[in-house]
Design a binder for this molecule. Structure first.
Ligand code: FAD
Length: 508
């Protein structure tokens, strides 16, 4: 069957590209291997409890922000949201700290009385980075679309307009924290919001949007569901339970895909899976080898294991808690590869209670590497047999024990159901290499080195967290916008102009 574009994967990157192209009358087909769309933004049910795969809340769901704007441009239904309004609790080597919703700086000042100046300096710096990040942030051109002169001009302008962001934002978090305070507890408390090795702007962002995040009334699944409805309205097609096994390439050009059941679909190909898998599926052996080699040395953002738990609030009162972190003073300098279930930081996201829910849904995110215990004891052929199950059980017990030690036995007794998802599960589920949930590593030496949407193979494109402008739901939706912009440019269509005019004319 002939299409203009075949999109491998209904993650938010793939769905975004599909919607933008369908809006301009392209015949698009999205093929998704799973039985629901969304990739890393899906929800599922266990024992009558609703769980989300990992995302807790999103600032970009706010009216006027990227997600509702994209949805509106596509004519997709808007996602109904509620603000998150809970407090945070943090244990640093057993010592408890509490951060009140809407009063983050005050909470820090109260609990770090000896470091008041440090707290104020760090928060001033984070607030400035945030306001510089969000002010006048007209979407940048992909850097690879700029010529040298444009790049230099852009660099100078950015330095002038965003001096604090430029000074601290792209540095490793631990270096910035070290330069602001000698209090190990304070550094660790700031790191507790998102304990992964990353550039500092992520922490400024995390604390900046804490208290301003939104959650969809129907769970995270509402986001891809709305995008799919938008696609349907625009005449695009989605086939679920359809795994692509081959990308057909001839004379340096992609011309279609083959699926597991042997069907062929012809058209240009856009892959939402990670590039490592995408290149594997190419039928041209020489090109495949070359392209895999070119990215083989790049570092990937370390994944997480997720312990999904449901909690009976009749047995344990969560009060107004939205998150709990358990970590140790040295963690802000440790790289994920070094962690074990006994030592890794634990961040528990507590989801809002939904109407009719008997239990609260909690997800503990724990950075443990993909390679842990020989790739989690996966056997030949990727089989996850008895050894895998046994190891999973062990890790579950260790994590529950550690959580119980901090939150008390009552908390653990109130957990009615739990199950661990490992990085191997995340990889198997989405074909995101090593189960990465952010794409490439985001440390200072690697941050920002995204792949181009256009690959070296004609008519083979990439979309999602591995290409510009990178990870996150809004990020991957923007990657679909940039890809469509690039494709449509060839036909004289200016997507940026259309998109900008759509919103300015609407607001007049
Ligand atoms: C625990 C966790 C916490 C997170 N927290 C946040 C957060 O706070 N804020 C934020 O913005 N983002 C967060 N993210 C990250 C965000 O979810 C991802 O960056 C983003 O959703 C990735 O989207 P994507 O389109 O690149 O790919 P994916 O979501 O990985 O989608 C790829 C899709 O392609 C499909 N596919 C792959 N191969 C094939 C094939 N051969 N045939 C058919 N289909 C295929 C997969 O099944 C999948 O549906 C978090 C993610 C996790 C897991």
């Amino acid at each position: 069957m002939q299409y203009d574009y075949i999109i491998i994967g209904a993650g938010m990157g793939g769905l975004s590209a599909a919607n933008f192209l369908a809006k301009y009358n392209k015949r698009v087909l999205v093929l998704e291997k799973h039985n629901i769309p969304g990739g890393l933004v899906t929800s599922f049910s266990r024992k009558g409890v609703h769980f989300d795969l990992g995302i807790h809340g999103l600032y970009e769901l706010k009216e006027g922000q990227a997600i509702p704007q994209f949805m509106e441009f596509w004519n997709a239904p808007q996602v109904e949201v509620e603000p998150l309004s809970g407090d945070l609790k943090c244990f640093i080597d057993g010592k408890e700290y509490d951060f009140e919703h809407g009063k983050v700086r005050e909470s820090f000042l109260m609990q770090f009385p000896k470091n008041k100046d440090d707290v104020n300096n760090v928060f001033d710096m984070m607030e400035t980075i945030n306001s510089e990040m969000f002010s006048g942030t007209e979407a940048p051109e992909p850097p690879y679309d700029m010529n040298l002169l444009q790049l230099i001009k852009f660099g100078i302008r950015t330095k002038k307009q965003r001096p604090t962001f430029m000074k601290y934002g792209n540095k490793d978090a631990y270096k910035v924290l070290d330069s602001f305070t000698s209090s190990e507890d304070l550094k660790t408390a700031i790191y507790s919001k998102s304990p992964y090795p990353m550039v500092f702007m992520s922490f400024a962002y995390q604390w900046g949007v804490y208290g301003k995040n939104y959650y969809p009334l129907n769970g995270m699944q509402a986001i891809p569901d709305a995008a799919v409805e938008g696609l349907r309205r625009l005449g695009g097609e989605l086939k679920l339970n359809t795994e692509v096994t081959d990308i057909m390439v001839k004379d340096g050009q992609a011309y279609g895909v083959k699926t597991q059941d042997g069907s062929e679909y012809h058209g240009a190909v856009i892959s939402n899976a990670s590039p490592q898998f995408t290149y594997e599926w190419m039928t041209d052996a020489a090109e495949k080898e070359k392209m895999i080699k070119a990215i083989s040395k790049r570092k990937i953002f370390e994944p997480v294991a997720a312990l999904f738990m449901s909690l009976d609030e009749n047995k344990y009162d969560l009060n107004n808690l939205e998150g709990i972190s358990i970590l140790s003073k040295k963690d802000y300098r440790v790289s994920t590869e070094e962690y074990t279930p006994e030592t890794a930081p634990i961040v528990i996201n507590i989801y809002p209670k939904r109407e009719g829910d008997k239990f609260r849904s909690l997800v503990a995110l724990v950075p443990i590497s993909y390679e842990y215990h020989n790739e989690w004891e996966t056997e030949a052929g990727g089989n996850r047999g008895e050894k895998y199950k046994k190891l999973k059980k062990q890790v579950e017990e260790i994590l529950l024990e550690r959580i119980g030690k901090h939150m008390g036995r009552d908390f653990i007794d109130a957990v009615s159901y739990y199950e661990l998802s490992t990085p191997v599960t995340y990889e198997r589920y989405t074909y995101s290499k090593n189960g990465s949930f952010m794409g490439w590593s985001a440390t200072q030496s690697e941050y920002g080195k995204y792949l181009k949407q256009r690959t070296d193979i004609k008519e083979l494109y990439l979309v999602g967290q591995w290409v510009f402008p990178g990870f996150g739901v809004a990020g991957v939706m923007a990657s679909g916008y940039y890809l469509a912009k690039e494709i449509l440019k060839g036909e004289g269509i200016d997507l940026k102009k259309d998109f900008t005019e759509y919103f300015t004319s609407d607001r007049l």
